[in-house]
Write a protein that binds this ligand. Structure first.
Ligand SMILES: C[S@@+](CC[C@H](N)C(=O)[O-])C[C@H]1O[C@@H](n2cnc3c(N)ncnc32)[C@H](O)[C@@H]1O
Length: 323
């Protein structure tokens, strides 16, 4: 947001998140004094009005993009009016003919300049019209880009997993499948006092996570270098699907990793796992005496449909750890 003046503005905004996270986003918006008239518009979008500065919205990590419904009004009273003039824009459609038509019409109507590689506004079709995505509030421009791998966790998904973990100040949080560290980054952003540790068996992923300045250990999730009852929260995107590992490998890995997590969790510990290898995780939890499933949440984004599972200790395991 550097270089942008933040006056008080009024605007009608469309926030894009993921299917399965709108309730969490709405909860955060309700706590903001500058946001009103909040409503879920579709499975992955929330609409609201802004009356005030953009600061509260800019600090929320549960949406990927913000768009304005009415660019003309927004230029006068809203977020588009905060942009340097002439506005640099792109048109987010694949069809080249349609794109050219919209570029020409926009240049003529608003005097904006088409800069597909360096834009502040992205015009995208929505319903029977167009909405204008406001570049300075896109996720990576707000929180910075980090190096990632193709299987790195979706940035908004990482935020959701961290909220489900209900982390408290100063707690020890471990991601035993940390990869490039996306989830631990989200923990650090939301809970700066948490003590973090990431593990992964892939040195390439760990190199990237180290560049992202996270405390790390090389290790396998089935032999955690951690003392019994020493970890408050485990949050992880487990290997699943075609890009990382295989269902066959998971049949051994999931039971071994869950045994280790049951060993290292504190008595009131909590674990959050994301996977699409759902049946396997369910049957592994059923056979694991130390952990029980307390809630689950289906997430849908970019063709993926994983579920986030929230686990705590069974009562028996709780008393054994407490002793
Ligand atoms: C879905 S990815 C996690 C992505 C990560 N959250 C990120 O944002 O980059 C699963 C990770 O598990 C790691 N992994 C697979 N088997 C493992 C094992 N036995 N022990 C530790 N890590 C393992 C992979 O190297 C991969 O980085």
């Amino acid at each position: 947001m550097s270089g942008i003046v933040m006056p008080c503005i009024t605007d009608h905004l469309v926030l894009r998140t993921i299917d399965g996270a709108t309730d969490l986003l709405i909860e955060e918006l309700r706590a903001m004094a500058s946001i009103h008239s909040i409503r879920q518009a579709s499975v992955d979008t929330v609409e609201c009005t802004l009356d005030g500065s953009l600061d509260e919205l800019a600090a929320c990590a549960l949406y990927s993009t913000i768009a304005v419904r009415d660019p003309e009004k927004s230029l006068q009273f809203g977020v588009l009016g905060t942009l340097p003039q002439p506005v640099r824009f792109r048109v987010g459609v694949d069809d080249p003919q349609r794109r050219r038509t919209v570029i020409g019409a926009t240049e003529q109507r608003f005097g904006w300049v088409n800069r597909p590689g360096d834009w502040d506004v992205n015009l995208v079709p929505s319903g029977d019209g167009w909405i204008a995505e406001f570049g300075p509030l896109s996720w990576t421009r707000r929180f910075g880009g980090v190096e990632r791998l193709p299987w790195s966790t979706n940035l908004v998904v990482a935020e959701v997993l961290v909220r489900l973990a209900k982390i408290r100040a100063g707690q020890r949080v471990v991601d035993p499948f940390c990869g490039t560290g996306t989830i631990l980054h989200a923990v650090r952003r939301q809970h700066p006092t948490a003590h973090l540790l990431g593990l992964d068996h892939d040195p390439r992923a760990l190199r990237i996570a180290a560049d992202n300045a996270l405390p790390l250990a090389r290790g396998t999730a089935d032999a955690l270098p951690l003392a019994p009852g020493s970890v408050d929260r485990v949050v992880a995107n487990l290997p699943f699907g075609k890009q990382v590992g295989s269902h066959r490998a998971n049949r051994t890995l999931y039971p071994a990793a869950l045994n280790e997590i049951a060993r290292v969790l504190t008595a009131d510990g909590r674990a959050v796992f994301l996977t699409e290898d759902k049946r396997l995780l369910h049957s592994t939890i059923e056979r694991q005496n130390g952990l029980k499933l307390v809630r689950q949440r289906l997430l849908k984004y970019n063709g993926a449909t994983p579920t986030a599972y929230i686990l705590t200790r069974t009562r028996l395991a709780r008393t054994t750890v407490a002793r």
